[in-house]
Write a protein that binds this ligand. Structure first.
Ligand SMILES: [Zn+2]
Ligand SMILES: [Zn+2]
Length: 897
């Protein structure tokens, strides 16, 4: 089933699918375009072509069809007041970061606000009916068009007009009637100017007719009537039909202003300001014809550079005019557009990064910086942000709260880009041929080199039009869960006792047993889920290995004998383990809110893990945490504990919870059920969560952050402990530091003792030496040092094996003795730790005959080691302490023959 087939079928029966009361009442004529045969409805008897092929296409540029002029802000006020007057509820925009859908990073259309995925089905939840919403939508597929075409934005405001046809809502007739009146009455567009074109819509298994409405070739809106389900050959009407009318607010402003581009009337005063700063002459008469040509050519060519070339040729612009006016204008439009998108995205908690949707934000920021570099524009980004928020807050007052956060993130990210330029330069200098699209993608993906930078460096002249869409596709990762097929058909849902009085012991009936698994009619065992690890415990005396949830059925995997179906079994939950996990779970919420208050509004839970004795929380943050950050977060967390705040758990209808608390509740991801369990810690932290929690923050007792780590671009891991584990951690840390202190003290004492000994030795050496030298014959021992005067009179030998002396002493004494007696050989043997060391000195005269080196070598060998040196001084040693006396004897025999 494709759109063409549906359109053919529907257009063959216009009475049924397209004719609405308005067409009858006003006398609209249905015609077929003489160029493309498309069917359209008009009040203009002379019109023979569809809006795409009419001569008046884009003739509103420089000549708007209305007498009233509305900019972006005013246009929304007009739209809103019109619909409110007509019984619609005006609701606030939803976040641009699509927290309620697993398959989308960003909100791409107003209808997405109300879509909730339940299994394979999409259901609609409307907070009011009918309603109108100024929904900011982000779309990154056409980035290369932004700034150039006059009408492409990376984010735009979709006026969403939605209705469910029931007692409150309406269907086709009233919808088209309202849209017609909005254009004619509220905006003052002549009836004849409005053309409705027949079209169809299909997606996600449903489809329906639609009417696009155009004024002078500009599509202002598209009213989609989602009506059927199934296949063209066999379809039925949906239980819940939906009106999905989406219109571009920027285009409403543009058609009334008739400016050369939509950018000129949609960003507020910042555009004029930057144009002035850059010194561009916008009074130039070339702008209207140039951008009209661009708009027209856009329908004719796929390639943007071709569109641009043609427009330049047709309007006869000189190179000088292009360089002086058009190119810098395109740059300014791009910069303002991209910053506006970043303001919304960062305000709603997205961060530029290399992963997921964050990549789109990073690439936009790099385009901004590169464009400024290429065009040598020196703009103050903070000022642009300020002026834009001042303007946007007329429609979106919530942006005021995150003004400084937006500036902070953009400044950090800009700094990073600047510092990466040197590296990029190196990579670029190695390129030896012009890169193709695939090369560009590799360059960006693996080296962070953007095509904008390559353009800035004149490596490429144009960015290939497929670059952004290819890159976007690459990053459109869809989370896919492994499907496990268990024999659970026909098994009743498990009653979850942990959501009730949560007993630690209970009896239950076995509904199903297979392999080593068992399903009970009721359970208090918490199944693995939401980052919370499963309980442990026993079923009929058998130990539980794992617990998982499949839909609403809890499956317990056990070790040993599996009880039979129909048995009643007694169950015991491991209370200590559950207690630890529960404290850690509440702590995760406490740390999450603490981190947000310390770091900034961009902090969201990325993922979490809670075990009995440890846990971790991964948060979105731009940089690694400093010690100071960690201390502040820990202090904030512990002060929440000290405040003894009750932890409240309530169940809400999902839509009610979203309206009441906003989308911050989705910290743990999407909730695929109609009723959400809201866990709130005062008004500090409110999350949709299915986990187990303490009753009061004081039950957590203490939180201690044990480690933090930047685990990926834009994500920081916080590891922590709570309750008893935190106390143990603190105790152990204290013990460690005490031990360390003790060890330090001991070392200090040893050092002092050594110094003292050295001082004593220093004073003692001259006295001992003097006494020894006084000995003129025979043998003498003074202070454990023995001197032997050889009978031959050729050599004097002095030695000591006392451990009371260290190396400093022996060196000092040996040197002193040999200096005063050139016939002296000194030998000191002493234990040092595991070793026994030897130091030998020989006086000037004797050293020629009895070399200190030879003596040490020989002694060391006896001691089981090695050593050596010069004839006058040598040292060595070994490990065999028992050979001390043998060694001295050997020395003596070598010296005194
Ligand atoms: Zn046509
Ligand atoms: Zn939770």
């Amino acid at each position: 089933m494709n759109k063409k087939e549906i359109l053919e079928k529907f257009s063959a029966d216009p009475q049924r699918y397209y004719n609405v009361n308005l067409f009858e009442d006003q006398g609209f004529e249905r015609k077929s375009c003489t160029t493309c045969n498309r069917f359209f409805w008009t009040l203009d008897s002379e019109r023979v072509k569809c809006p795409d092929h009419s001569d008046d296409t884009y003739s509103f540029i420089g000549d708007p069809p209305t007498s009233k002029r509305f900019d972006y802000t005013q246009s929304w006020k007009e739209v809103e007041s019109f619909f409110v007057k007509n019984n619609h509820t005006s609701i606030n925009r939803y976040p641009v970061v699509c927290r309620w859908r697993d398959d989308l990073y960003f909100t791409i259309a107003s209808i997405v606000d109300f879509q909730r995925v339940m299994g394979s089905k999409v259901v609609f939840e409307f907070p009011a009916n009918p309603l109108v919403v100024p929904q900011t939508c982000l779309r990154f597929k056409d980035l290369e068009n932004v700034g150039v075409t006059g009408r492409h934005f990376s984010s735009f405001c979709m006026i969403g007009q939605h209705s469910i046809p029931n007692d409150n809502g309406y269907w086709k007739d009233e919808c088209v009637n309202l849209d017609f009146n909005l254009l004619t009455q509220q905006f003052g567009i002549a009836k004849k100017e409005i053309t409705f074109v027949e079209d169809v819509w299909e997606g996600g298994g449903s489809f329906g007719s639609s009417l696009e409405y155009f004024v002078r070739g500009l599509e202002l809106g598209n009213a989609v009537f989602t009506e059927f389900q199934g296949d063209l050959s066999d379809y039925k009407t949906l239980d819940q039909r939906i009106i999905d009318m989406g219109a571009g607010l920027e285009r409403f402003a543009w058609i009334t202003m008739g400016t050369p581009t939509a950018y000129d009337c949609c960003f507020g005063p910042i555009t004029e300001k930057l144009i002035q700063q850059a010194g561009i002459d916008t009074n130039s008469s070339v702008l209207v014809p140039y951008f009209t040509e661009i708009a027209k050519n856009l329908e004719l060519y796929d390639d943007l550079s071709q569109v641009r070339k043609n427009a330049i040729k047709t309007t006869g612009l000189s190179d000088e005019q292009i360089n002086r006016i058009i190119t810098p204008l395109e740059g300014i439009y791009l910069i303002i557009d991209h910053i506006r998108t970043l303001i919304f995205a960062i305000s709603d908690g997205a961060l530029p990064s290399n992963v997921g949707g964050g990549y789109n934000l990073r690439i936009m920021l790099r385009r901004i910086v590169s464009t400024m570099g290429r065009l040598k524009l020196k703009f103050d980004l903070d000022e642009i942000i300020d002026i834009q928020i001042d303007y946007l807050k007329n429609t979106y007052p919530e942006l005021e709260k995150t003004r400084e956060d937006v500036k902070e993130i953009i400044s950090i990210e800009t700094g990073r880009y600047d510092s990466s330029k040197q590296r990029m330069q190196k990579i670029v200098s190695k390129l030896n041929k012009e890169p193709k699209v695939e090369d560009l993608i590799t360059l960006y993906e693996s080296d962070g080199v953007t095509p904008e930078y390559l353009k800035e460096m004149k490596v490429i002249s144009e960015i290939p039009s497929s670059f952004y869409s290819k890159l976007s596709d690459l990053h459109q990762s869809k989370k896919q869960k492994d499907q496990v097929n268990l024999p659970l058909e026909g098994v009743a849902d498990t009653e979850l006792l942990f959501y009730e009085d949560d007993p630690r012991e209970f009896d239950a009936k076995v509904l199903k047993s297979f392999e080593n698994c068992v399903v009970l009619d009721r359970t208090a065992f918490y199944a693995r889920g939401g980052g919370q690890e499963p309980d442990h415990g026993k079923i009929a005396g058998q130990e539980i290995v794992d617990i998982t949830k499949h839909g609403n059925i809890v499956v317990h995997e056990i070790k040993g004998n599996v009880p039979k179906e129909g048995d009643t079994v007694s169950c015991v939950v491991d209370a200590k383990r559950r207690d630890g996990i529960t404290k850690n779970h509440t702590s995760t919420h406490i740390i999450n809110t603490s981190a947000r208050s310390v770091l900034g509004s961009w902090v969201w839970q990325h993922s979490a893990f809670k075990e009995e004795d440890h846990a971790r929380l991964d948060i979105t943050h731009h940089s690694a945490l400093t010690d100071e950050d960690v201390k502040k977060i820990e202090d904030a967390a512990n002060s929440i504990i000290e405040k003894s705040i009750p932890v409240k758990i309530e169940n809400f209808d999902r839509g009610t919870a979203e309206q009441k608390y906003g989308f911050r509740i989705y910290q743990g991801g999407v909730v695929p059920v109609k009723s959400v369990r809201i866990v709130s810690i005062g008004d500090l932290d409110i999350e949709a969560c299915g986990g187990t929690h303490v009753a009061n923050t004081s039950d957590v007792e203490q939180i201690k952050i044990t480690r933090t780590k930047r685990i990926q671009d834009g994500v920081v891991r916080i590891e922590f402990v709570s309750g008893d584990s935190a106390k143990e951690f603190v105790k152990k840390k204290q013990q460690d530091s005490e031990d360390k202190e003790k060890e330090g003290k001991l070392k200090e004492q040893e050092k002092e003792k050594r110094l003292e000994q050295r001082q004593i030795a220093k004073e003692k050496i001259p006295i001992i030496a003097k006494s020894l030298l006084e000995c003129k014959q025979g043998t003498a021992t003074i202070d454990e040092i023995t001197i032997e005067i050889a009978e031959s009179g050729k050599v004097n030998f002095c030695y000591s094996t006392s451990d009371n002396y260290d190396d400093v002493f022996h060196i000092g004494l040996g040197e002193s003795l040999c200096k005063n007696d050139p016939k002296m050989v000194y030998c000191g043997l002493f234990e040092q730790g595991e070793k026994i060391r030897v130091i030998v000195y020989a006086g000037d005269d004797i050293s020629k005959e009895k070399s200190a080196g030879d003596i040490v070598k020989s002694i060391s060998q006896i001691l089981g080691g090695a050593g050596g040196g010069s004839p006058k001084f040598a040292q060595g040693g070994g490990t065999d302490k028992s050979k001390k006396e043998d060694a001295i004897k050997n020395a003596k025999s070598m010296i005194i023959e």
